[in-house]
Design a protein around this ligand. Structure first.
Ligand SMILES: C[S@@+](CC[C@H](N)C(=O)[O-])C[C@H]1O[C@@H](n2cnc3c(N)ncnc32)[C@H](O)[C@@H]1O
Length: 251
């Protein structure tokens, strides 16, 4: 995977997380139901630690794995600032990295991990009790703002297969018990002005700089304005898959 995180993307992600109270708003109830205080939790594809730092406050230990050093560096600094001491970071490419076992394994928004046979197999193997996977059911670029702007501006959209049933099908073929549901997640991106909206859209669509002026004429029609902040409307359509390796659930 090419470089995903840089200081600008980290800032956008942090702002969106704060605005929408992610991950508590989407996954808080599920994490509190599935994770025990004595649990070691694996966060595969942790990124900058949205999930790791959230669950660290109510489990014994978190193992955060990511292939990008920049993300883990940010995670460690944030943990230190927050006084969180039970998150271990592992730099490496899943499934090659060795992390031992975890009572609960979590993999959110990381299809390169959950949507690959060796990646998902290893998640099953290292999980002692419960796995929680949040994976796109629809491509984020299917959102109106990206699809219409790409078409008006003549940008070729990155396309990739997006279908959470892949994970479901693989888990079922392994005889693992699971529940799955569809979850919509409003992860609209707060931006301070039209220029920043263009920067974000350009980054998402990999758009060329020379269409900036034309894009800036169109972008205002697509933005929401809430509490004095512009928002690029993005709804993420996901599959939430919870698999269980024990008969009686968490107890
Ligand atoms: C979109 S981020 C999701 C971050 C986090 N799980 C969240 O919900 O905020 C996906 C992360 O997966 C990481 N990743 C992708 N493929 C990976 C692999 N094979 N091994 C380890 N990390 C990987 C990327 O570096 C990135 O940080």
């Amino acid at each position: 995977m090419s470089q995903f995180w840089n200081p600008q993307i980290i800032r956008w992600y942090e702002e969106a997380m704060q605005w929408h109270n992610y991950p508590q708003s989407v996954l808080g109830k599920i994490f509190h139901r599935e994770i025990l205080e004595s649990d070691t939790v694996l966060d595969a594809g942790s990124g900058i630690g949205a999930i790791s730092l959230y669950v660290a406050s109510f489990c014994k230990k978190v193992k955060a794995v990511d292939s990008q050093a920049e993300a883990l560096k940010f995670l460690r600094e944030k943990a230190q600032n927050l006084g969180v001491q039970n998150v271990e970071t592992y730099l490496g490419r899943w499934p090659d990295v060795d992390v031992g076992y975890a009572d609960v394994a979590i993999c959110t928004y990381s299809p390169p991990i959950s949507r690959s046979i060796p990646g998902l197999q290893k998640l099953i193997d290292v999980t002692k009790r419960t796995g929680i996977i949040l994976t796109p059911n629809k491509n984020m670029h299917d959102n109106k703002v990206f699809s219409e702007l790409a078409s008006i501006l003549g940008i070729q959209r990155k396309s990739f297969c997006s279908n959470g049933c892949w994970e479901k099908g693989f888990l079922e073929s392994k005889g693992v018990k699971l529940q799955c549901s569809l979850i919509s997640h409003d992860f609209s991106q707060p931006v301070s002005d039209y220029g920043e909206a263009w920067d974000f859209i350009k980054n998402q669509l990999d758009a060329p700089e020379h269409i900036r002026e034309r894009a800036l004429q169109i972008i205002p029609d697509y933005l929401d304005n809430k509490n004095g902040r512009f928002l690029i409307p993005i709804i993420r359509e996901n599959c939430l898959i919870i698999f269980s390796k024990t008969q009686g659930g968490r107890k």
